[in-house]
Ligand binder design. Structure first.
Ligand code: SF4
Ligand SMILES: [Zn+2]
Length: 147
């Protein structure tokens, strides 16, 4: 590596670190994506719980076998989702990585639990709304990919 390149690299890293309070811009980006992924799993899991309790009459906070299967499936999809950085709702996704059967099931869950989320988990519901609005704003500025 030449001396000039070393100096330039050092300057770039300093600029990045100053933007992220000790973390590089890339580290912050990856951490934000993982945080969003965790929150999405938590939100979908909570919605499945609301649905299972209301429709399948299970004890609050527990899941029947079918809902457990759906939650595990949704977790795996979220884990592998390539659009985590920019996505809003899976229903707005052009890829639809869910199988037809699971897509139908999760739609039922969303329809039932969506309006109830604000009362049961207001923080998660508001967090989800915030992400949606932020992404819509970005999309309007023309910096968005899918959803
Ligand atoms: S449906 Fe689209 S946004 Fe949702 S997990 Fe699959 S690829 Fe990601
Ligand atoms: Zn259930």
């Amino acid at each position: 590596m030449t001396e000039e390149k070393r100096v330039a690299d050092g300057r770039q890293e300093t600029e990045e670190k100053s933007a992220g309070g000790g973390r590089t811009v890339e580290e912050k980006r990856v951490a934000d994506i993982e945080k969003k992924r965790r929150r999405e799993k938590e939100t979908v899991g909570s919605m499945i719980e609301i649905y299972c309790h209301g429709v399948h009459k299970t004890k609050r906070g527990t899941l029947c076998d079918a809902c457990k299967k759906l939650r595990d499936y949704a977790d795996l999809r979220t884990e592998k989702c390539p659009f985590m950085e920019t996505k809003t709702f899976c229903s707005a996704c052009k890829v639809h990585c869910y199988s037809k059967e699971m897509q139908n099931e999760i739609r039922q869950v969303m329809r039932y639990a969506g309006p109830r989320m604000l009362f049961v988990h207001p923080v998660l519901a508001l967090g989800h709304m915030k992400v949606t609005l932020e992404n819509k704003r970005k999309a309007r500025r023309g910096t968005e990919g899918l959803s």
